[in-house]
Design a protein around this ligand. Structure first.
Ligand code: BGC
Length: 438
């Protein structure tokens, strides 16, 4: 029996508020031999690319064990499950059948399926430096919607194009392992274009509940010195505005449009194709200062000396086992900042990811983390911000990209030797908290 932490009841959220949990295909499915390769398969095989030397070849073996995972979702009592569809699997014979079965199982369990069409596992033969990848993505979106659209009503185009650009193409810490620094900007543009083209493709297939999952967090200047404020502003532009402005305002932040490839003005009209809601993945704020001319070790990454900013460790906050600061109030700040910047152009918001990495099954720290963030979210609602849903990252421990299996973000513990799933204290806490919301 897992000890339960007594927390005060959560504030009541509006009726119809969508409670869910998230995962992604590459992080949980395994069964890599039963699909075409993705850029992550080749990257994981590279020496030193994954810290514990692992790969996602088996991961949680969700591909074969999905009925057990759907039962865990039903037991948790979430309204919705955000998962991702593996594009290379869809390109493989019978690949879509798997998602067909998964969606059927979710519907039968009373859990709404919310697929993300792209969560970083690009088919190995494609490259986001090529504009054509955006067109191919729209074709893929049509194929998936044609097959699942009778049961899937809520869609997410892309997950975190910012991280995929930065970690995968600028710094080389993620697949495909390119280190292009600012020459990676076309990757951002082509993903955003892919988003807009996919919104059109999904609409053509009858969808009317479409969003994107962008990662955002407040950027805090290290001091009020002009150099720090300017460096923080530039970081904020790269990680936040560069990905939100085109979608919500139909423009790039100043100075960025001219760096992008192709007919940017006409592409922006596609990128700004209206979405029904805007998804935000929130983990932490970032403190940023003027460049110090030296490499920086930050959050498991080595940032090159030539970047025009320094990312600092935030002091004075508790940290997760990953070393990430726990700052729930920054979620309220982020949402208030979004409303200030985007005003009427901001559609309803859904928190598509929020969570933390802690070891252990009696994970009281995760309960404290989630409790704090849900309350911070409620404070944003009280300030009139239209937030419609909250998804915890993640249903279960999984392949945490370059970190391998050492970082555990799950509400459910996975024993990677036996693949046994064990609900953690946080799973029970969330289940009870959701019951109290009904
Ligand atoms: C990603 C997830 C990842 C999580 C924790 C997000 O950036 O969408 O795939 O596991 O953060 O790092």
């Amino acid at each position: 029996m897992i000890a339960r932490m007594a927390t005060n009841p959560l504030p009541q959220f509006p009726a119809g508020f969508l409670w869910g949990v998230s995962t992604s295909a590459h992080q949980i499915e395994g069964a890599v031999d039963e699909r075409a390769p993705s850029v992550w398969d080749a990257f994981s095989a590279g020496p030193g690319h994954i810290k514990d030397g692992s790969t996602a070849a088996v991961a949680c073996d969700h591909f074969h064990r999905y009925p057990e995972d759907v039962a865990l979702l039903a037991g948790l009592g979430v309204d919705a499950y955000r998962f991702s569809i593996s594009w290379p699997r869809v390109n493989s014979p019978g690949g879509l059948d798997f998602y067909d079965r998964l969606v059927d199982a979710l519907c039968a369990a009373g859990v709404r399926p919310v697929p993300t069409l792209f969560h970083w596992d690009l088919p190995a033969e494609l490259d986001w430096m090529d504009r054509d990848t955006a067109e191919r993505f729209a074709e893929y979106a049509s194929v998936v919607a044609g097959r699942l659209g009778d049961r899937v009503k809520k869609w997410i185009t892309l997950n975190e194009p910012a991280e995929h650009t930065l970690l995968g193409h600028a710094l080389g810490a993620h697949a495909p392992g390119k280190q292009l620094l600012f020459d990676a900007l076309p990757v951002a543009h082509h993903q955003l274009l892919a988003h807009g083209l996919a919104v059109r493709a999904l609409r053509a297939a009858g969808a009317d509940d479409i969003g994107i999952a962008n990662s955002h967090g407040p950027t805090w200047a290290a001091s009020d010195r002009t150099e720090d404020v300017e460096a923080a502003d530039f970081y904020d532009l790269l990680l936040n505005r560069l990905f939100a402005d085109p979608v919500l305002l139909g423009q790039y932040p100043e100075g960025i449009g001219e760096l992008m490839p192709g007919d940017v003005e006409s592409d922006l009209k596609i990128i700004a194709e209206p979405v029904d809601w805007y998804g935000i993945n929130y983990y932490q704020p970032t403190e940023v200062g003027a460049p110090e001319g030296a490499e920086i070790e930050f959050s498991g990454l080595t940032l090159p000396a030539e970047l025009p900013f320094t990312v600092k460790e935030l002091e004075g906050y508790p940290v997760t086992d990953f070393g990430w600061p726990v700052v729930p109030e920054a979620l309220t700040e982020l949402l208030v900042g979004f409303r200030e910047r985007y005003g009427d152009r901001l559609p309803p918001v859904v928190i598509t990811e929020n969570g933390c990495s802690y070891d252990g099954i009696d994970d009281q720290e995760r309960i404290t983390f989630l409790d704090g963030h849900v309350r911070a979210l409620h404070r944003a609602l009280e300030q009139g911000i239209d937030v419609r849903g909250y998804f915890v990252w993640s249903l279960m421990d999984n392949f945490e990209w370059a970190e391998g299996y050492e970082r555990r973000f799950g509400l459910v513990h996975v024993d990677y030797d036996t693949l046994e799933r064990t609900p953690k204290a946080s799973y029970n806490w969330l289940r009870d908290a959701l019951r109290a919301q009904r």
